[in-house]
Design a protein around this ligand. Structure first.
Ligand code: FAD
Length: 393
C-alpha cells in the first residue's frame, strides 16, 4: 500500500468519494460512454453529497478542504468514469476566473450556485482558429453604453449546453495580441448567446463539447473579470490551477486501467499459469504501477503547494509537469492495459478500451502536452543553476 499523505479528515472524504465512484458511478460508466448522453444523474449524485463543494471555500458554500483533496476526488471518480471526473474538473476550470479575478460582489453572485452544483460552468478560450495560440482569437467585446457587445464564436467548449455560466475570453482591442484580451462571465440565457452544435468524439463521450456563438450578445460591464486587457493573464492563471485537474483525470484513468489489468492478469491463464506470472506481463504491470505512483507524486505535490499558498513561476512549472506526466502516463498505461487483456482488451465488453480512448484527450486539452513542455522549458530557462557548473572542475 502506498504511503498516504492525507489527514484523517481527508481520508474520510476520499472514502466517501471512492464509495460513490465504485457503487454508483462505475456501474453507469459503460452506458454513459455508449449513449453519448450527459450524465445528469451523476451531477445529481454530486449535488446530493456535496461533492462540488470540495472545489470551493467555505465562505462561498464549499468545504474549504483545499486543492489536494479536490484533485484526489477527481482522480477517484476518473478511475471508474473519466466523463464523470471531468464534470468536477470543469467545475473548477469554469469557476477559477471568478475565484482569482472576481470582485466580492461577482463571487457572492455566482460561486454559491457553483459550489452547490445548482449551476454547472464552462471555460471558453479556444476558437476554430486559435487553440494553442490564444492571441489569434477573433471574438470581440465592444463597449457600448455600460455594456459589452460580444460577437464571434468559441469551439470545443466542454459543458456547452449544460453550463449555466460561461467564462468567456474576447478581444476588447482586436488589433492587440495578448494585451487585447479581456475576460467575462456570460449567463447561459443571455440573448445573443447560443450553443450552435455539439461534437461527436473519440472518448469522454458523455461530456458535451460544443461550439458557442455570440451575436450582438450584450453583457453588463459588471460581468467583466479583472480590468480590460487582463484577460490573457487571467486565462493563464486559471490554467496554472486547472491543468492539474486534467492531470488528476489522467492519473485516475491510468490507475483504473492498471487495477483492471492486474485483476485480469491474475485470473487469465495461458500455458498453464496466470498471465501475471509470465515475466513479460509482470514487468508491464510493475511499470504501470510505478508510473502511476510517480505521476501521483507530482500531482499531490502540486496540490500541497497550492494549499501552502505557493504561487508564481514555481506553481506554473509544477502544474505543467503534473499535467504532462500524469496524462502521458494515462495514455501509456491504458494502452498497456489493453495489451494485457489481449483480444478482450479491444472489445467493448471490457472497460480498458474506453479508458484508452478517454486517456487520449487528456494529452490535448487545457494546453497540449507539447505546450506543457514549452512551459516547463521556459521556466527552466529562467532559472540560474550556474552554481553547479562552478563546482565542476
Ligand atoms: C474534447 C475537447 C474538449 C475541450 N474543452 C475545452 C474547453 O472547455 N475550453 C476551451 O477553451 N478549449 C477546450 N478545448 C480545446 C483544446 O484546449 C484545444 O484543442 C487545444 O488547446 C489545442 O488547440 P488546437 O486544437 O487549436 O490545436 P493547435 O493549436 O492547432 O495545435 C495542433 C498541434 O500543433 C502543436 N503545436 C501548436 N503550437 C505549437 C508550438 N508552439 N510548439 C510545438 N507544438 C505546437 C500542438 O501541440 C498540436 O499537437 C477542448 C478540446 C477538445 C477536443
Amino acid at each position: 500500500m502506498a504511503y498516504d499523505v492525507l489527514s484523517e479528515e481527508q481520508r474520510e472524504i476520499r472514502e466517501l468519494v471512492r464509495t460513490l465512484a465504485r457503487e454508483r458511478i462505475a456501474p453507469r460508466a459503460a452506458e454513459i460512454d455508449e449513449s453519448h448522453e450527459f450524465p445528469w444523474d451523476v451531477v445529481e449524485l454530486f449535488r446530493e453529497h456535496g461533492i462540488f463543494g470540495l472545489l470551493f471555500d467555505e465562505e462561498h458554500g464549499g468545504t474549504g478542504t483545499g486543492t489536494l483533496l479536490a484533485l484526489i476526488a477527481i482522480e477517484e471518480v476518473s478511475k471508474v468514469c473519466a466523463t464523470s471526473g471531468l464534470i468536477l474538473a470543469v467545475q473548477e476550470l469554469g469557476s477559477l476566473g471568478l475565484k482569482l479575478a472576481g470582485t466580492e460582489e461577482q463571487q457572492a453572485r455566482y460561486l454559491p450556485k457553483l459550489a452547490s452544483g445548482e449551476w454547472l460552468c464552462a471555460y471558453a478560450l479556444s476558437e476554430a482558429g486559435s487553440g494553442s495560440d490564444s492571441a489569434a482569437m477573433r471574438t470581440t467585446a465592444r463597449r457600448d453604453n455600460g455594456e459589452y457587445v460580444l460577437n464571434g464564436g468559441k469551439r470545443f467548449i466542454t459543458n456547452a449546453g449544460v453550463a449555466g455560466l460561461y467564462t468567456v475570453f474576447a478581444k476588447t482591442d482586436p488589433d492587440a495580441g495578448h494585451p487585447g484580451i479581456s475576460a467575462f462571465v456570460v449567463e447561459a440565457d443571455t440573448p445573443g448567446f447560443e450553443v450552435a452544435r455539439l461534437e461527436p468524439k473519440m472518448g469522454i463521450s458523455g461530456s458535451t463539447t460544443g461550439e458557442l456563438v455570440f451575436e450582438d450578445c450584450r453583457v453588463p460591464e459588471g460581468n467583466r473579470l479583472g480590468a480590460e486587457g487582463e484577460g490573457f493573464k487571467i486565462a493563464m492563471r486559471i490554467l496554472d490551477r486547472s491543468r492539474p485537474g486534467v492531470a488528476a483525470q489522467g492519473l485516475g484513468i491510468g490507475q483504473g486501467a492498471t487495477d483492471y489489468a492486474l485483476e485480469y492478469a491474475k485470473s487469465r491463464e495461458t500455458m498453464g499459469k496466470p498471465i501475471a506470472q509470465h515475466q513479460l506481463i509482470a514487468a508491464k504491470l510493475a511499470d504501470m504501477e510505478t508510473k502511476c505512483e510517480a505521476a501521483r507524486g507530482l500531482l499531490y505535490s502540486f496540490g500541497q503547494m497550492v494549499d501552502a499558498g505557493v504561487d508564481g513561476p514555481e506553481l506554473t512549472k509544477a502544474s505543467a509537469m503534473a499535467k504532462l506526466y500524469c496524462t502521458d502516463v494515462a495514455m501509456e498505461v491504458s494502452t498497456e492495459a489493453v495489451q494485457i487483456l489481449g483480444g478482450y482488451g479491444y472489445i467493448r465488453e471490457y472497460p480498458v478500451e474506453r479508458m484508452m480512448r478517454d486517456a487520449k484527450i487528456t494529452q490535448i486539452y487545457e494546453g497540449t502536452n507539447e505546450i506543457q513542455r514549452l512551459v516547463i522549458a521556459r521556466e527552466m530557462l529562467k532559472e540560474n543553476r550556474a552554481f553547479l557548473l562552478a563546482g565542476v572542475g
